[in-house]
Design a protein around this ligand. Structure first.
Ligand SMILES: [Zn+2]
Length: 276
């Protein structure tokens, strides 16, 4: 197996993995989307809400605000030793919202949510929540906890997690007359004519649409495009809750745990059947 990082910044990573199957690539994608936990507001105690939004709608909007997640300091409520419905400081944290529009209209932003733990604050302070007319007020306590994307999309740590096959483009130099039809039709500028040859200049930009094969006047086409069955381009983009490396690392830990559990259960069952 070989991994090559093509692009990386704080919130996203583009990398190529060579030497795995589609099922493994999809396992990683699905674990990232539905199993890697992150923080989101789940329970809200509304003390006062004079805004035009109903309490429920306000709750939905608050739930979707991405919160910075500190996975090392909090437990998933179902795994926390407190086993309490209300939670404890190890499995929930509170954010307070207390805003009043004095003197004029006022937009309530995510930065108005004051976190009890500054490590669990909104990823961006510029997310609008509701607009208040003069004199209107909102007072509430919002309880955030860890959860998983399979329960609700608000607990999904990524805004994008996709993979596709690495394209393989071959030009049959013996039959290609460099007419340039394929260069013309390609909207991703993958091909280039240099002298009397067609060359591949941006292989990874290719989406395997095969338009170049269709327009080639040669019969059969002098250019062939296929996806490599064992090589994938991954793009993972975090919502900002955690660095993208941490999300991928957590996904592998979860994968590892699932298989260890599987093996343990299998060994237990084998022991039981041997005793019978
Ligand atoms: Zn707890």
């Amino acid at each position: 197996m070989n991994v090559q990082i093509l692009e990386r910044n704080e919130d996203s990573m583009l990398f190529v993995v060579d030497g795995i199957t589609a099922s493994l690539a999809n396992t990683l994608r699905r674990i990232i989307l539905s199993e890697v936990p992150c923080m989101a507001i789940d329970d809200i105690m509304i003390i006062e809400n004079d805004s035009v939004l109903h309490d429920e709608i306000l709750g939905l909007r608050l739930g979707l605000i991405p919160l910075k997640t500190d996975l090392d300091s909090y437990n998933l409520p179902e795994e926390c030793s407190c086993q309490s419905e209300l939670g404890c400081p190890l499995c929930r944290t509170v954010l307070i919202l207390d805003v009043e529009a004095r003197g004029g209209e006022r937009v309530v932003y995510s930065k108005d949510l004051l976190p009890e733990n500054p490590d669990v604050a909104p990823v961006s302070g510029e997310i609008p929540i509701v607009k208040l007319a003069p004199g209107q007020r909102i007072r509430l306590e919002a309880y955030a906890r860890l959860g998983r994307g399979r329960e609700h999309a608000k607990w999904q740590p990524v805004s994008s997690c996709i993979y596709r096959h690495v394209p393989e483009i071959k030009v049959d130099a013996g039959r290609c007359d460099a007419c340039g039809e394929c260069v013309e039709i390609c909207s991703r500028n993958v091909l280039e004519r240099s002298g009397d040859k067609i060359e591949v200049k941006n292989m990874l930009e290719c989406t395997i649409c095969r338009d170049c094969m269709r327009v080639c006047p040669q019969e059969p086409a002098a250019i062939s495009v296929d996806g490599n069955e064992n090589s994938f381009i991954f793009y993972v983009e975090s919502t900002g809750v955690m660095p993208v490396e941490r999300i991928i690392e957590e996904a592998f830990k979860i994968y590892d745990k699932k298989y260890s559990e599987f093996l343990d259960q299998l060994l237990v069952s084998l022991n039981v059947s041997e005793k019978d």
